[in-house]
Ligand binder design. Structure first.
Ligand code: GUN
Ligand code: FE
Length: 423
């Protein structure tokens, strides 16, 4: 049990999508949860330890709803191809190397170190199709104090032989071995998520087996949806019985409803697909930096947010070139302007408070009471040092946040997860 303490500073959070709430004072952490906010410290709390960050901005820890852990090694390179060619040319060769657990350990050590020092407190990560390397990632994240979900990939078609499971039966047996090794709290704070890479990678028989495992183990699912026009055409050809892409997951029970579900991108969803996303409470992971780099397109994120869909942000490393969710927030604003200019004038561009909402409470809802400084919420917080960005102008806290999003490296000065101070 974490002893109670008090954190002092300028607290910013987003109870609703457009609203930036700013409160200066003291937050009480009790039992790893947020337990009260005070503009002056009450007498009965005066004896508790105080982490004093007077004058500094404190935000809820951020949730990265979509990243590819093994791709971190080539992050910031391989920017010259569209998605399907990019996967074959760059992604599968590097992910294939994670068969070697020693290689995986090195890659995941670098990722975990950088995630730890980022704004991110909770993640939904894709690993590779290798069970033991995936468990190694879960171990490292858990020991570092990062919370969330990790997926061993399910892939039995349309990738090279060196990076493909040979049959659905073999893949399902490995998936079961993996679930048996990680569903009982073996990696505290880190849980499995079933992860068909995307429909082109996962046969119907494999998908059906994953649906059964999802029900048997009570495990959530994640994948990609309607990211790229060639991908969508390909899914149509592969799944003749479906009316739209999401049905290739939904017909096997892998599209929310009973179990939580995260779908990355959702750029080109037809109306019926949107309807199913909403009805099943599927979380959309909006990944604007990735959408730019692999030239996928611009997701209608402003509409999803304003119409009340579950939506969070994803770095989608290494389609996305950075783990820094502040940079992803800024990119979300920027690409929403391009969408407004070139695609659809019906939604005004996103604002920084709206993108903060997606990075914190929007995505955080996947993990329970996460992403707000409110009674009963997990005490996840990051403390920003923006002293290098201050000047003679009297910036408001909201402007300081905006400058931090556009101008900083996104590495907080201190970080708390479930009340535990990580640094
Ligand atoms: N679709 C299937 N695999 C991937 C991947 O690794 N990255 C992205 N951006 N899209 C995908
Ligand atoms: Fe992705």
């Amino acid at each position: 049990m974490i002893p109670s303490y008090v954190l002092k500073g300028i607290f910013l959070d987003t109870p609703t999508p457009g609203e930036l709430r700013c409160r200066e004072g003291y937050a009480l952490c009790r039992g790893g949860h947020f337990a009260g906010f005070y503009s002056a410290l009450p007498q009965d709390l005066a004896a508790l330890p105080l982490h004093d960050f007077s004058g500094q901005l404190i935000l809820p820890g951020m949730c990265d709803l979509h990243l590819h852990a093994p791709q971190y090694s080539y992050c910031g390179t391989a920017m010259d191809l569209e998605l399907l060619d990019w996967l074959q040319r760059y992604t599968y060769p590097e992910e294939g190397r994670y068969r070697d657990v020693a290689y995986a350990r090195r890659g995941y050590t670098n990722l975990t170190r950088d995630l730890l020092h980022s704004a991110t407190t909770r993640i939904c990560a894709f690993a590779t199709l290798h069970t033991d390397a995936t468990l190694e990632l879960m171990r490292q994240l858990s020991e570092a104090g990062i919370r969330g979900y990790v997926g061993k990939l399910a892939m039995d078609r349309n990738s090279p032989d060196f990076y493909r499971e040979v049959t659905p039966e073999a893949g399902l047996a490995e998936t079961r071995r993996w679930l048996d090794a990680c569903t009982h709290g073996e990696y505290p704070g880190v849980l499995p998520m079933l992860t068909p890479r995307f429909t082109p990678s996962t046969s119907d028989a494999y998908m059906e087996g994953l649906g059964q495992l999802s029900r048997e183990y009570g495990v959530a699912a994640q994948s990609h949806l309607s990211e790229n026009l060639s991908e969508i055409e390909w899914v149509k050809a592969l799944c003749p019985g479906t009316a739209f892409y999401a049905e290739s997951y939904a017909r096997y029970g892998l599209f929310g409803g009973e179990q939580p579900c995260v779908m990355a991108h959702c750029i080109y969803c037809p109306e019926e697909e949107d309807e199913l996303i909403r009805r099943n409470g599927v979380f959309i992971a909006h990944c604007p930096t990735s959408n730019e780099n692999v030239i996928a397109g611009i997701a209608p994120a402003a509409r999803y947010l304003r119409e009340g869909y579950h939506i969070g942000l994803g770095s989608d490393v290494a389609g996305g070139h950075t783990l820094n969710l502040f940079a992803v927030m800024a990119s979300a604003v920027q690409v929403s302007k391009l969408r407004w200019r070139y695609v659809d004038k019906s939604q005004s561009p996103l604002t920084i408070p709206e993108t903060l909402y997606m990075a914190t409470s929007g995505g955080g809802a996947l993990f329970g009471k996460v992403g707000l400084f409110e009674e009963g919420y997990a005490f996840d917080a990051i403390v920003l040092d923006d002293s290098a960005l201050l000047n003679h102008l009297p910036f408001t806290p909201g402007e300081r946040l905006e400058r931090y999003a556009y101008l900083s490296d996104g590495r907080p000065q201190a970080k708390f997860v479930d009340g535990r101070r990580l640094f």
